[in-house]
Design a protein around this ligand. Structure first.
Ligand code: SF4
Ligand code: SF4
Length: 213
């Protein structure tokens, strides 16, 4: 059974949003293809800024905007509420996590000079530039590093952030998603749909429809 370890960073981090809007322009690096291998996950996290959506985010946006999921949710496979797909006779598990859809030039579908859903924006937008960077050790343990996107010009500005509060919020968001994924994988295992030697990949939705960076 793999352990989940949260690694805290001891450095002081200052942050003040400069309202530049660059977190609303999503980078989908194409050097990984549409499927990211486990050993590439850390590099992918370093050079992308996709906005991952939780089920609560999706429900809240639907309730407030009355839009259909197809308008703002992007997945590699057709979105059906499940984020675990199995291929290659169960040897390939693909985490097709829903992300915020972008327009063709990579701008968020809700961005028009400013965020049109600011008060109900997804938790990942609220927390940006901070997020959990995942790593898998050779023993199979999962390391969660609280990290920040280095492209955000707000880093290094303003006052030092409250790190314990931030860690709590970021890990809470990560665990909400991890629990949903674990439940789906467990169900698939019980149905015998997953092979013992299965490898877990992560998808990058929207590569075909958005400008590649
Ligand atoms: S969080 Fe960072 S990238 Fe996003 S608008 Fe603020 S300064 Fe810009
Ligand atoms: S939902 Fe709003 S804050 Fe989040 S990426 Fe889209 S425009 Fe930006």
């Amino acid at each position: 059974m793999p352990r989940v370890v949260v690694q805290a960073n001891s450095e002081e981090i200052r942050f003040q949003c400069q309202r530049c809007g660059s977190c609303c322009h999503h980078r989908r690096p194409n050097q990984f293809g549409e499927l990211i291998k486990p050993e590439q996950l850390k590099d992918f996290c370093d050079c992308s800024n996709l906005i991952y959506l939780t089920n609560k985010d999706i429900d809240r946006i639907i309730q407030s905007t009355k839009l259909d999921v197809a308008h703002f949710v992007d997945t590699l496979y057709e979105y059906d509420g499940s984020c675990v797909k199995v291929e290659d006779s169960g040897k390939k598990i693909i985490l097709d996590l829903p992300i915020m859809k972008s327009k063709e030039e990579s701008t968020c579908v809700f961005y028009e000079k400013d965020c049109m859903i600011y008060l109900i924006r997804p938790r990942a937008c609220h927390l940006f530039p901070f997020f959990v960077k995942e790593e898998t050790t050779t023993e199979g343990d999962i390391l969660l590093n609280i990290s920040y996107n280095p492209y955000c010009p707000g880093i290094g500005m303003g006052s030092p952030i409250d790190k314990s509060r931030l860690e709590m919020l970021v890990v809470e968001q990560f665990l909400e998603r991890a629990e949903a994924v674990a439940e789906e994988i467990q169900n698939l295992r019980e149905k015998g749909r997953i092979a013992w030697e299965a490898q877990i990949f992560r998808s990058i939705p929207g590569l075909k429809s958005c400008v590649r960076t």
